[in-house]
Design a protein around this ligand. Structure first.
Ligand code: FAD
Ligand code: DLZ
Ligand code: SF4
Length: 507
């Protein structure tokens, strides 16, 4: 009996569970479908990246002699959804069963469960930590501290280990990292690839079917094959990794990539595997090409944060994206799409997001995320924005970062305190404030940095929840020491700012 093997757009590796199960006679099903391409208004570069990578991967499978039923987006027979395509292909090939690798979003897991064709969902074992192991680690803990989880992952993988001790004597070298931006950059950013014929065809399709007033279709450079992704990784390891640790939190006007790897779209789509990336970084340290502070910091992001975030998503369940512990309900301002704001830091992050479908971690966390949290924006709207705009965004990785880490909407599952800061942090870690119409040193008045006003507004309105948090007591004591009139002015000016923003005024 013919079986269908489903390969989704973010499962593009020969080593994905469903493909390992392939037997001669099976048919691999891959489909470009509107349901996936439009459940949020994805960045066209994300859609183009996935469609081109899917087409190249299908060619690779065919070259191995595997039967692939590939549906193009504009195929008149296209059923429009993954489940619909499975049913159509099952009828065409006389299949009564499909094998899938479990998708990375509850939405699609449910759709496959509800499909009238039986779909067997195999665990996605492209991750280092199986879900059962994560759940066992989390069980009974009062706090799910990433740092403890990460140490277990180091022991499990043997990465940067010296027997049972951490190489160099420390688990974490962040103390040596996180410097403000350098005067000049020595790394020109990620390896960029000129579109080949397949990508050019996809870009024309995407331009036609996904027009946008906000996103840029121009200047597509992503890797779309495993070979290209490996070259991009090697380029970063050879030229960027050495200074990754030093500048991983820095932000610079018009220099969006700094020393970041730009590999998350490739990792998440399956073009690269997490362990091979970490082994390449470890080899750079062993070969004397990068210092331990850079390599440890980089490896921690992948075997620590990335795996931890994945564990949280599947542990917390399908209602996670609906959580709103702080009851924030303000609409997402239009400038999250248009970039039309006087706040230079926010404008920089949004403009580059709209053009490149990329922002680095601190831009996402401490600029756009911080602002949304301070301003009290509905976390579900914030979540949908992040899921749409970044080339690396799938719910399993985006939601715990946004709902949890950035918006505190999960009430403290991911972080024990909210990531909020005044303009001071942005000033210390970037050159943005020097280019801004607002003054970061001004706490009140017409030129006061909005982050300064909103910071206190946030703390004041959530006093009941946070004042007793031992890590926040000092901040409340500072607020309470300000004279009452000044506090009232700050709150009134913050309210006025939010009022202007809500009514569509330029802020
Ligand atoms: P680098 O800075 O070079 O880091 C190397 C790798 O570490 C990344 O490629 C990524 O795979 C991994 N990594 C680092 N931090 C995290 C993290 N917190 N969670 C998961 N992986 C991590 N990452 C996504 O892949 N998809 C998302 O949708 C996403 N949304 C985010 C939303 C918010 C609000 C925040 C604060 C972070 C989000 N991240 C997301 C994590 C992080 O910002 C990106 O992984 C990183 O910016 C990708 O760029 P890079 O490859 O240059 O990363
Ligand atoms: C993100 C995405 C897009 C834009 N399009 C497709 C598609 O047409 N076909 C497909 O198989 N996958 C696509 N994807 C990726 C899926 O949305 C992803 O597999 C799920 O969100 C689960 O992570
Ligand atoms: Fe951002 Fe405030 Fe600095 Fe302007 S002054 S760039 S709004 S932190």
């Amino acid at each position: 009996m013919t079986r269908l093997i489903l390969v989704l757009g973010d499962q593009l590796t020969r080593d994905v569970a469903a493909l390992r199960d392939y037997r001669p006679g099976d048919v691999v099903v891959m489909a470009e479908v509107m349901a996936e391409a439009s459940y949020v208004p994805h960045h066209p570069k994300k859609i183009a990246f996935l469609f081109s990578a899917m087409r190249h991967f299908a060619d690779q499978l065919r070259a191995e002699g595997i039967r692939v039923a590939y549906t193009l987006l504009d195929d008149p027979e296209n059923a429009g959804s993954i489940a619909g395509e499975l049913l159509r292909r099952a009828a065409a090939h006389g299949a009564s069963e499909a094998i899938a690798t479990r998708p990375g979003e509850w939405r699609l897991i449910d759709a496959l469960e509800d499909c009238p064709l039986p779909v067997r969902q195999l665990p996605d074992d492209r991750f280092i930590c199986p879900q059962a192991d994560f759940d066992a680690w989390a069980e009974g803990r009062r706090e799910l501290r990433m740092e403890w989880f990460y140490r277990d992952m180091r022991r499990r993988t043997g990465l940067l280990m010296d027997g049972d001790k951490p190489a160099g004597g420390r688990w974490n070298y962040d103390h040596d990292n996180r410097k403000p931006p350098p005067d000049a950059l020595t790394f020109d950013g990620p390896l960029r690839f000129a579109p080949d014929d397949t990508t050019a065809e996809v870009l024309a399709l995407v331009r036609d079917r996904f027009p946008s007033n906000y996103y840029s279709h121009d200047g597509f450079w992503f890797a779309v094959t495993r070979e290209q992704a490996l070259a991009a990784l090697e380029h970063f390891i050879s030229h960027g990794l050495e200074r990754f640790g030093d500048y991983q939190d820095a932000m610079m006007t018009d220099r969006m990539f700094l020393y970041h790897a730009l590999i998350s779209p490739y990792l998440n789509a399956g073009l690269l595997g997490p362990l091979e990336v970490c082994r390449a970084a470890e080899a750079a340290w062993q070969g004397g090409r990068a210092q331990i502070n850079a390599v440890e910091g980089f490896i921690r992001q992948i075997i620590g944060w990335r795996e931890y975030i994945r564990g949280i998503y599947f542990r917390e369940g399908p209602d996670y994206t609906a959580r709103n512990a702080l009851r924030h309900d303000r609409a997402l301002p239009e400038f999250y799409w248009s970039g039309e704001t006087e706040m230079h830091c926010v404008k920089q992050c949004i403009d580059q997001t709209m053009s490149e479908a990329y922002a680095h971690h601190i831009q996402r966390l401490m600029v756009t995320g911080n602002f949304a949290l301070l301003a009290g924006i509905d976390p579900h709207q914030v979540h949908e924005w992040y899921l749409a705009v970044y080339a690396d965004a799938y719910e399993w990785v985006e939601a715990p970062n946004v709902i949890g880490m950035s918006q505190f909407a999960d009430g403290g599952v991911v972080g024990s305190k909210p990531y909020v800061s005044s303009g001071n942090y942005i000033h210390r870690m970037s050159d943005y404030c020097g280019h801004c119409r607002y003054a970061v040193k001004q706490k009140t008045g017409p030129d006061a940095c909005p982050f300064n006003l909103l910071y206190w507004h946030f703390l004041d309105r959530h006093r009941d929840r946070f004042a007793s948090n031992p890590r926040m007591g000092n901040i409340y004591r500072t607020w309470d020491r300000m004279d009452a009139e000044r506090r009232a002015t700050v709150l009134a000016e913050a309210d006025a700012f939010l009022g202007r923003m809500d009514s569509g005024g330029r802020v």
